[in-house]
Design a protein around this ligand. Sequence first.
Ligand SMILES: Nc1ncnc2c1ncn2[C@@H]1O[C@H](COP(=O)(O)OP(=O)(O)OP(=O)(O)O)[C@@H](O)[C@H]1O
Length: 234
Amino acid sequence: MNALELEQVVRRYGRVTALAGVCLSIPAGAFVAVMGATGSGKSTLLQCAAGLDRPTSGRVHLAGHDITHLPERRLTRLRRDRVGFVFQSYNLLSELTVRQNVLLPVRLGASRRRSAENALDAVGLGDLGRRKVGELSGGQRQRVALARALITGPTVVFADEPTGALDPTTGGQVLGLLREACDRDGTTVVIVTHDPIAAAWSDRLVLLRSGSIVADVPTPGTPEIAERLRAVAA
Ligand SMILES: Nc1ncnc2c1ncn2[C@@H]1O[C@H](COP(=O)(O)OP(=O)(O)OP(=O)(O)O)[C@@H](O)[C@H]1O
């Protein structure tokens, strides 16, 4: 089964064509990295795939649903129940505690698949549930975001530059946790990244240039190969 499928997806912003007819099938349980130069359409692809933006034309299937014309309320519910999001800027509420942040999807009505404690344990933050997010380091915040993304047992996790604000070691920990969610729970993971080393955690690399996919290759997961891919992507 495909967790995600894009058929001829076009997204135009006025006269700018951000996506120029993208076709992409991602089977359940895959870990895909999307790379490409700045402005190549990576974030637009992720937003259209995740149901945060609507294509100008084409179709999007997400978690077994054709979301192309799904009414906004149903789309919101599908995102809440089946999709996890991780962003470069964490998107946490800093005045709330770690635990309260992790439970936000549940407070919005999603059913939880695991307890907050279990989700925090899984990202190595079992002791920090009562701390205010504003007191945490960047790497800890991103792990809170990951626990929040995983508490509902999502079909797909979308991560836009999840390590963009982190040092390589901390970034590696976050990517390792995404890899674990994929390997252990069968979660489909789609990350957008500029960093070929981050892409090396994936098992498939999709390269965009000017809104089109120019390469879609298995990734053997070694930093040396990733360096070579960086040259192709530029
Ligand atoms: N809301 C918008 N309004 C107008 N143009 C937009 C909008 N969002 C994106 N674009 C344009 O669409 C194209 C693709 O943008 P997108 O953000 O998807 O690229 P990207 O590969 O994610 O870039 P970056 O690596 O810099 O984040 C760019 O030319 C961008 O200027």
